[in-house]
Design a protein around this ligand. Structure first.
Ligand code: IMP
Length: 187
């Protein structure tokens, strides 16, 4: 099971897919890579790390502490219509960025790229705002479900076709605070 036995007392028993230690190690690597890539750009224009609410929040909080540069944080809220486990491809911005990104370097941070519809819409939308550059960092990618090709510049883990929860990802808004990434085992 997991290294966190208290979580096994919840109504949904989780199996661990990616441990908290593995996430921490990969997040540090991604932060170091982003630091190296953006170091030469600092000074000329802001680097804005944009978290996609709410799923990216836990990952973003850990990631930015491994980016050794004076980045700016902002957040954007997105909702996909349809049921909770299948993306319909119809996406709406529910909360916009607090400041324009024109002329600034933008790194979008997502929890997972599943069908790719959400991120494809978001990147298209942000590109119209004329940022100096636009890149995507996603903790997870589920290529088996891909319907839109989205270039992921910084990727944590590729996973198989499982519905995962924890470390920001939810099932019916719950379990975002699980410290590892798990999946609900089918009976
Ligand atoms: P996409 O538009 O299909 O790529 O879906 C993206 C969004 O769906 C993600 O930002 C998540 O909020 C949600 N999602 C997709 N797969 C999962 C999963 O396995 N667990 C939890 N949420 C997921």
């Amino acid at each position: 099971m997991t290294a966190f036995p208290h979580w096994n007392r919840t109504p949904d028993p989780f199996r661990e897919l990616i441990s908290a230690d593995a996430i921490a190690q990969r997040t540090a690597e991604l932060g170091a890579k982003i630091t190296a890539d953006y170091q030469p750009l600092i000074g000329a224009a802001d680097v804005v790390v944009v978290g996609v609410l709410k799923g990216s929040v836990v990952f973003l909080a850990d990631l930015v502490r491994h980016i050794a540069l004076p980045v700016v944080l902002d957040f954007i809220g997105i909702s996909s219509y349809g049921d909770s486990t299948v993306s319909s491809g119809v996406v709406q911005i529910t909360q916009d960025l607090s400041r324009p990104v024109e002329g600034r370097h933008v790194i979008v941070v997502e929890d997972i790229v599943d069908t790719g519809h959400t991120v494809a819409y978001l990147l298209q939308n942000l590109a119209t705002r004329r940022p100096a550059s636009l890149r995507l960092c996603s903790l997870l990618h589920k290529p088996a479900r891909s319907e839109r090709q989205v270039p992921i510049d910084y990727l944590g883990f590729t996973i198989e076709n499982l519905f995962v929860v924890g470390y920001g990802l939810d099932v019916s808004q719950k379990y975002r605070n699980l410290p590892f990434i798990g999946y609900v085992e089918q009976p």
